[in-house]
Design a binder for this molecule. Structure first.
Ligand code: PEP
Length: 257
């Protein structure tokens, strides 16, 4: 099975949570976990910009990697409130989430800006966690595949097959994010498999077999084993459950199986 060839990747998306002291407390708890220390999956925490320095400092010498939650596509300039990919690279940040549905929903993110941010991050040497996913209305209208294909194709425009090795795709049905409503493992696996076939149509079978595709949307210890056992689901992007050490540790254990 190709799944065995891909490294599972578990990433926490802290969103706009945790002040500096709370961030340090959670990271120190994660660092002490034997399960995390011995994880057989990649472990990433994507923290608010204000916690990047703390996170980078506290995770030094551990297997916990640090990511940001967005970056701008220009290198510098009059973009008040924005952070460039180069600024993240300079700090030592290794990953960035691009195109999260909350950015699409509340901050005017479009497929075109997702593409620009993806290219900017990759060109700055940062690995991208690229989020795609349909709304409930789109699912009910039967256009999930069209939406996800369009988001994936536009986001990856201009990304070379070599650069694709630094892209993780996160399938996040919008209706499952922060709602407690999880996609069934069947629904999640179907769309993750469809995303892989879309990647194959854009690149090669080898590229598609190698790309890590995460599921995200109310993943928690109670449903993780089933979701992560699916062939095309290679890990998770975790919101709420990444804010508690015990839950995140349990998810790392599931992703390590
Ligand atoms: C997310 O923010 O990417 C996410 C999946 O959130 P939650 O796990 O809380 O649904």
């Amino acid at each position: 099975m190709n799944k065995n060839l891909r490294k599972a990747i578990l990433a926490g998306n802290w969103k706009m949570n945790k002040n500096r002291a709370e961030a340090a407390e959670l990271i120190n708890e994660l660092k002490q976990s034997e399960i995390i220390k011995n994880a057989d999956c990649e472990v990433i925490i994507c923290v608010p910009f204000t916690n990047l320095e703390t996170a980078l400092e506290l995770t030094q010498g551990t297997n916990i990697k640090v990511g940001a939650q967005n970056c701008h596509f220009e290198k510098s300039g009059a973009f008040t409130g924005e952070i460039s990919a180069d600024m993240l690279t300079e700090m030592g940040v290794e990953y960035v989430i691009i195109g999260h549905s909350e950015r699409r929903q509340y901050f005017g993110e479009t497929d075109l800006t997702v593409n620009k941010r993806t290219l900017a991050a990759l060109n700055a040497g940062i690995k991208v966690i690229l989020c795609v996913g349909e709304t409930l209305e789109q699912r009910d209208d039967g256009i999930t595949e069209e939406i996800v294909a369009m988001q994936t194709k536009i986001a990856l425009k201009g990304v070379t097959e070599e650069q694709l090795k630094d892209v993780i795709i996160a399938y996040e049905p919008v209706w499952a994010i922060g709602t407690g409503r999880t996609a069934t493992s069947q629904q999640a696996a179907e769309v993750c498999g469809f995303i892989r076939s879309t990647v194959k149509s854009l690149y090669t079978k080898q590229a598609a077999d190698g790309v890590t595709i995460q599921y995200g949307g109310s993943m928690k210890p109670a449903n993780a084993d089933e979701l992560l056992s699916r062939e095309d689901i290679d890990g998770g992007l975790i919101g709420g459950a990444s804010l508690k050490a015990a839950d995140f540790e349990a998810l790392v254990r599931s992703a390590s199986k």
